[in-house]
Design a protein around this ligand. Sequence first.
Ligand code: 13P
Ligand code: SF4
Length: 374
Amino acid sequence: MLHGPLRPMSSLFVEQSPPMSATEQLLNRQEIATDLFLDVREDAGVSEAEYQSYRKRIEALLRRENAVVVAHYYTDPWIQRLAEQTGGYVSDSLEMARFGRDHSATTLVVAGVRFMGETAKILTPDKRVLMPTLEATCSLDIGCPSDEFSRFCDAHPDRTVVVYANTSAAVKARADWVVTSSIAVDVVDHLADRGEKVLWAPDRHLGSYVQAQTQADMLLWDGACIVHEEFRASGIRDLKRVYPDAAVLAHPESPAAVLELADRVGSTSQIIAAAASMPQSTFIVATDRGLMYKLEQQVPHKRFLEAPTAGRGAHCYSCAHCPWMAMNQLDNLLHCLEAASNEIRVPREVAKAAMRPLDRMLGFRRAQQPSAVA
Ligand code: 13P
Ligand code: SF4
């Protein structure tokens, strides 16, 4: 599926790295993340009775605080279920941003990772945005520090800066466009049609995929998602031998070799839509296993298999579940509401600058789909 020449993979980024490069920092954080994930997994067992007790207390607090829960598909099933059963929302990062902005609640409880909380705050500065934990970050965000990124942009003033939503507010503030995985190909295609050259950050796999789809002139930052990078083409091929009729659905943060095997590549929402509309009854899914909850709920008559992360060269740092998404639990969600803690704050000037490229993305979506609320 992927063809077309790759542009240089941010050689300047490598040249400009300080002694402890972003990649080294990332690897360091990966080890920490793995430990955290294992801890979380050990503690994650919640009985139905415990869930109902949490739900009752959280529901009362949501009413008291005029708040609503907005959760990402990768959070644990208990969190997704809680959001759904309390009038909140579960979706991909683009729809989370839109839902939070348009909802009448004055407090948003964002169950996801930090950039999602920041995006909500930037789009709705008058709302209070709380998160179950402020520690939940993203390897793409960590791997793209704003000062290094700013130098990279300065070195390429002729390029339109397009950043993935999985970045800090400060990185967004330096961008011309923000995109999510559901809209990245369309936006870059539009820029390429206008003859613009693109500087892309931070996910190199998504960047390569977008470039192959659009043939745009793209210079890529060298970042990756620790979850999706672990999927292995060899493992998927092995699974296909057992399930030859299964279709492969992959998130574009996965490596090119995995995307080449995919019958459909798309964002989390696009994967769910593909599973519902494609004729196959079995699917191998290369994305965070948190999505299984929604897939099984929305497409109950079909079968979903997790794409393997094992195989040659695999590390299984995350074993297909984002360690930072897994930090969102019922107890810390309850606590952040009770104590009104973990409030997201974005400096006014940064928020103002980051609002422009975010608004552009939402405006682009509205022009594409006039029925969308954006
Ligand atoms: P979506 O934009 O598809 O929700 O993905 C966000 C993300 O973090 C993927 O790893
Ligand atoms: Fe970031 Fe990957 Fe986690 Fe998504 S799954 S939040 S890209 S580390």
